[in-house]
Design a protein around this ligand. Sequence first.
Ligand code: GLU
Length: 564
Amino acid sequence: MKFIFSFILSFIFLTSTYAESPSSSKGIIATSNPHASRAAKDIIDRGGNAIDASVAVQLVLTLTEPQATGIGGGAFMLYWDESKSKLYSVDGREKAPSKVNENLFLDSDGNKKKFYPDAVVGSQSVGVPGIIKLLEETHKKFGKLPWEELFEYAINLAENGFPVSPALNSILGYLKPLKKIEPAASYYFVENSEGLKKPVPVGHILKNIEYSKTLKRLSKYGSYDFYEGETSKLIIDALNNNNKESKMSFEDLRNYQIVWREPLCRKYRSYNVCAMGPPSSGGLTMLMMLKIFENFDIRSMDPNSVEMIHLFSEVNRIAYADRAYYMGDSDFIDVPVEGLLNESYLSEREKLITLNRYSKTINHGNPPGAEEFEKNIDISKPSTSHFVIVDKEGNAVSMTSTVEGPFGSHLMAGGFILNNELTDFSMMPELNGKKIANRVEPNKRPMSSMTPTIIFKDNNLFALTGSPGGTSIINYVTKSVLGLIDWNLDPSQIVNLPHYMNRGSYTELEKNTSLENLKAGLELLGHPVKIQNKRSGLHIALKKYDGYVGGADPRKEGLVIPIN
Ligand code: GLU
């Protein structure tokens, strides 16, 4: 009897300890690439902090995940400074050159150019890159280790090579124009015995000597080299040595500045959810949705049920309709942030939801204080990378960075890819005589969907999340917040949830998942359903009662490393 009693007691103890404490790590790293996660760990082991580690991660990702991100692109960073209990949001988004005009993506007849390859490939789509300035300025303010030391890992990897991953190899197979554009063509493709160009094979050790030279200069001269020195010359040369007209000048590079913006935060239940404000549409659209979800008993709903998918889809449609009309770069247009998050406005919008029936049309609303705009058509293609780092002191980084589409503009300078971020602008400047908020303008930042997020409970760090995925990002991240707060799931469970959403035209269910079985049920409610691949890359950290746990999206090639 005594034995049985103690067995039951120890069983209860063991199971409850395990359930609440799968890890006791003091910090956590989760990135989309094992080399990048290891580079971060190396920096932490040398006594560096989350900001130092972020620099090392981004420099490695530029080399190993060039299809998604790199120093030739832009980023948003949320940084939590534990000792000061202060949150920062940093805008390192690319800017349009000062000489562009709103017809950048129109042909001589005033029609939209074909998105890919015409608008995307070549110099015209390249925005002034922001990542190096972002890394340098955040490092100057918060970093611990010397700047040069943060480059060692990436320099070694660029000089000695890294094995080509399946993701890198497979995306090369899809991009026919890249095969014809030097130097990318010679670097990312090899000739087979029949003289045909094939993507570098999986496992091939790929070196990048040009990039190692760039890294050495940047480590020595800092952002000066990128924006005014040798690297700036390589960038301008690459842009001019191309059949598309380049509008970017040395002056555009020299004038580039990051912006320290107020983080955009709202309460969701008893948590404070903080994200990036405009020029990202991500934080604002997500918070609009969360404020509506707050009025529903999400906790009681099965994440993979017709009921939940229906509600998620209706709420998505409401928020995305407003996103298309009112969002863009707030330095150029009035984004009605307060109006869109206004409680009575949102409760009016919520009335559009029909439970148990797909609402026929959901149009944009008229939030208080909004200027009138026309609808933005957003066709960005998914690439991008998101990582989270919490260091031993409790400082935390949630950063999403991008070159926009796969391999950006397909141009390379100094061994790295140049972005195609300008195609995140609306191609048409106006419609029906009304301006589009996200139209091209000189020195403007294109609207983004990137949604790096940090969640607090009683002003203490609770969780970090974010994802790549083009305009789907906002829905991936919003559902991860529901997972963390309402469904009480661990990051590893959240990243494995199948995806669903509705960005305005139809309900998307992730291909090859159990959701395919729900198609008929949703169609009965009137949903137009498409089964699709969904390319998220959620990287999430969660503080449990005695340490951090992390999750890396199985759709990417990421790695979680605990910090002890
Ligand atoms: N350029 C896109 C944005 O800033 C991200 C693209 C992607 O995630 O693939 O919203």
